[in-house]
Design a protein. Structure first.
Length: 364
């Protein structure tokens, strides 16, 4: 599962990517600094993993990860191939969620591709290009389905009605994620189109240091603009985060954060938000060899969770031994949890809960 960082040129995408991944992607004060997408595998900050490791004292501790992709900046006309449009749109289509960076700070020495600071305008610029590309996809599908609908094919007629509704919505300048589509229609006719504006989005308002905690007027303008969009929003002082990352000393970094009024780096909050945006959650395995966080899609069954470790675990699944994270911490060890009768035996239909500590029994 991948989250793509998008935005206009020069809004702080590559700087943010470097904060998240420490991959040191090139970032500079001119448009199109990023051309080929950079991909970083980012650890998901999770205090529960550290707590389990302290209790178990394993040889290794392995966190969950999420893939973050830094995608080239987009300009007006991208849907028609302007700038790096075709490449941008192909790259974003391959991601599962969007981290849309908006410039919400003034700085005389950092140029803006449109000459002035207006995050709502910037958002709409990208929205329009993505909507136009989705409109192209929908119209192609309408042409194909329309021919079948004319022959009296009932399924084709039903699909055509949904597609026409999509078309009208996009032509009105609305993203697909903001549409109220019946679940059955969505699964049958919309999901397979892989529309870009259907992807979940987190707006990242890139602010100056003084606005890191309370935001500013630019942020409030964005909040108003996205309130009906079924999207999430996070305020982050990306440049300040980059400066904090350059500090080698942990205590010095913490002092810097405290001076800003932050209890943890904003980048940590963003990574967790991206993880949530991708509809991912974590379960743990805990033993002397390793304590590990495993990533699964929310709603996964016990066999599906086992399959993340190895496909044989899913094929030959017998049962799962499950301890809730809170019980593990309360009793302090797996043995004490068992003695207290708090370990559960769960079967194939069990829906794994975020934070479960699990062992799987299987037979191949």
């Amino acid at each position: 599962m991948k989250a793509g960082i998008v935005g206009l040129p020069n809004v702080g995408k590559s700087t943010l990517f470097n904060c998240l991944s420490n991959a040191k992607a090139q970032s500079a004060n001119f448009p199109f600094c990023t051309i080929e997408p950079n991909i970083g595998v980012v650890n998901v900050p999770d205090k529960r993993l550290n707590t389990l490791a302290e209790l178990v004292n394993p040889e290794k501790v392995i966190p969950a990860t999420v893939d973050i992709v830094d995608i080239a900046g987009l300009v007006k006309g991208a849907s028609k191939g302007e700038g790096l449009g075709n490449q941008f749109l192909a790259n974003i289509r391959e991601t599962d969620a969007i981290l849309h960076v908006l410039r919400c700070f003034d700085h005389d020495n950092i140029v803006h591709v449109d000459g002035s600071i207006d995050p709502v305008r910037d958002k709409e610029t990208i929205d329009i290009e993505l909507q136009l590309k989705d409109l192209e996809t929908v119209e192609k599908r309408i042409d194909r389905v329309g021919r079948a609908a004319k022959t009296g094919d009932k399924d084709a007629q039903k699909e055509l009605a949904v597609l026409e509704s999509l078309k009208s919505h996009l032509e009105a300048g609305e993203s697909v994620r903001a549409m109220n589509i019946p679940e059955d229609d969505y699964k049958a006719f919309v999901k397979s189109l892989q529309l870009i504006t259907d992807k979940p989005v987190l707006y990242v308002c890139n602010v100056d240091e003084a606005s890191a905690v309370g935001g500013n007027d630019y942020v409030r303008q964005v909040e108003e603009a996205v309130k009906n969009e079924n999207a999430e929003l996070l305020t982050l002082a990306v440049g300040t985060e980059a400066d904090i990352n350059e500090l080698d000393d942990y205590e010095e970094r913490q002092m810097f954060l405290e001076d800003l009024g932050l209890d943890e780096p904003g980048s940590a909050k963003l990574i967790r938000a991206a993880y949530h945006l991708l509809k991912q959650q974590t379960y743990f395995t805990a033993g002397e060899k390793e304590v590990r966080a495993w990533t699964i899609t929310i709603g996964s069954t016990a066999p599906q969770a086992a399959g993340v470790i190895h496909t044989d675990f899913e094929k030959g699944f017998i049962r799962a031994e499950v301890i809730s994270y809170d019980d593990y911490v309360h009793y302090g060890s797996e043995l004490k949890v068992k003695e207290a009768g708090k370990m559960r035996i769960e079967g194939k239909n069990y829906i794994v809960q975020d934070g479960d500590v699990m062992h799987f029994l299987f037979n191949v």
